[in-house]
Design a protein around this ligand. Structure first.
Ligand code: SF4
Length: 66
């Protein structure tokens, strides 16, 4: 997974730890109503309060796209 920008290598869902690509990460995000970290990182790798929710992503956009 050369394009995954997730820095959480300890996460068992990180593609570095299995051979299922993005499947496990996206499956978890869909279940928890979250956006994968690669989308946050594309804008800014500093994610306030570790909030990966849909609303957290909207705020992340507002903070960084001014
Ligand atoms: S969806 Fe998850 S596993 Fe796939 S690139 Fe993004 S952060 Fe990495």
């Amino acid at each position: 997974m050369s394009f995954c920008s997730c820095k959480d290598i300890k996460c068992p869902l990180n593609p570095a730890n299995h051979d299922k690509g993005c499947d496990l990460c996206i499956q978890k995000c869909l279940k928890d109503n979250e956006i994968p970290s690669c989308f946050f990182n594309k804008i800014n790798e500093k994610v306030e309060n570790g909030d990966y929710t849909f609303m957290g992503f909207a705020k992340h956009i507002q903070r960084n796209m001014k």
